[in-house]
Design a protein around this ligand. Structure first.
Ligand code: FMN
Length: 262
């Protein structure tokens, strides 16, 4: 699938076919995509544990779920749980940056050398960063970048994907993760039981309300020609509408099929 269409077709899928397994290779492809994501100082905070729903006990599955992610989690055969490994910077002491110097990604033209990393970047930027209260939030941004790549790769592989936030304390306990791994969100993976379109692209605030140019309050002007080009590339698709009879009928059919309340 073309890149722009992958972005356009992604929806948070909440109805998975609970009985159709996902090929292991497709999960690997999602993880490979996450691993290639850009990350500040190449630290690579993102960690994941792949959980196969049917390997969980009923009690574990019940305890993982939250009120806003319960049914989705039950229906999805695979759960990729993401964590932020807060310990990477301390353990690596600037090594990933030196590797970037060695391969010429960070060049002397821009002031980079092993000495610059040892004398300045690690002691004066990275180490203090790990000691600041904002560290978990700053590094979680990087995990989000990786998770997004995994998510889009799942769509490209014809899978249904949806992010949910499960019970972090239970995740840590069930999967035995280290103390300094912060539990984040989970990508639910499966084949969609709903149509891939799932009623259309979900509502967003107006473009010019979200993006500014030059200074706050000055909207970045949206060019209709660009919008048309992205529509032609299937990136911008028909928006989901309220009380869409076709979507209501689809949900009713799914409710009947899986014995769900309506
Ligand atoms: C970090 C994150 C956590 C989310 N957690 C949940 C969740 O717990 N339950 C849920 O139904 N949707 C969850 N979502 C999905 C959003 O609600 C979704 O993005 C929104 O409905 C917009 O729809 P779209 O993703 O189909 O464009 C989460 C999304 C993100 C990015």
């Amino acid at each position: 699938m073309e890149f722009k269409e992958v972005i356009g077709r992604r929806r948070s899928i909440r109805f998975f076919d609970p009985d159709r397994p996902v090929e292991r290779e497709k999960i690997q492809k999602m993880l490979e995509a996450a691993r290639l994501a850009s990350c500040a100082v190449n630290a690579q905070w993102a960690r994941a544990v792949v959980g196969f729903r049917d390997d969980l006990t009923d009690d574990q599955l019940k305890r993982l779920k939250t009120p806003v992610a319960g049914l989705n989690t039950e229906l999805a055969p695979v759960h990729i749980h993401w964590f932020n490994d807060l310990g990477v910077v301390r353990r690596n002491e600037g090594r990933p940056l030196k590797e970037l110097v060695d391969v010429g990604a960070l060049a002397p033209t821009h002031g980079w050398s092993h000495k610059f990393v040892d004398d300045f970047v690690y002691p004066q930027i990275l180490k203090p960063l790990t000691e600041s209260p904002g560290y978990p939030i700053a590094s979680t941004f990087d995990v989000g970048v990786a998770v997004c790549q995994a998510l889009l790769t799942g769509v490209d592989e014809g899978l249904g994907v949806g992010l949910v936030t499960l019970n972090g304390a239970v995740l840590k306990e069930v999967f035995g993760t280290p103390d300094d791994w912060i539990p984040l969100s989970t990508i639910l993976v499966g084949y969609p039981a709903e149509s891939w379109d799932a009623g259309g692209q979900r509502p967003r605030p107006p473009f010019e309300e979200m993006y500014h140019e030059g200074k706050y309050g000055q909207p970045f002007k949206r060019d209709d020609k660009v919008v048309e080009e992205l529509k032609a590339a299937n990136m911008i698709q028909a928006p989901a509408t309220s009380n869409n009879p076709a979507r209501i009928a689809e949900i009713k059919k799914l409710a009947e099929k899986y014995g769900l309340p309506m």
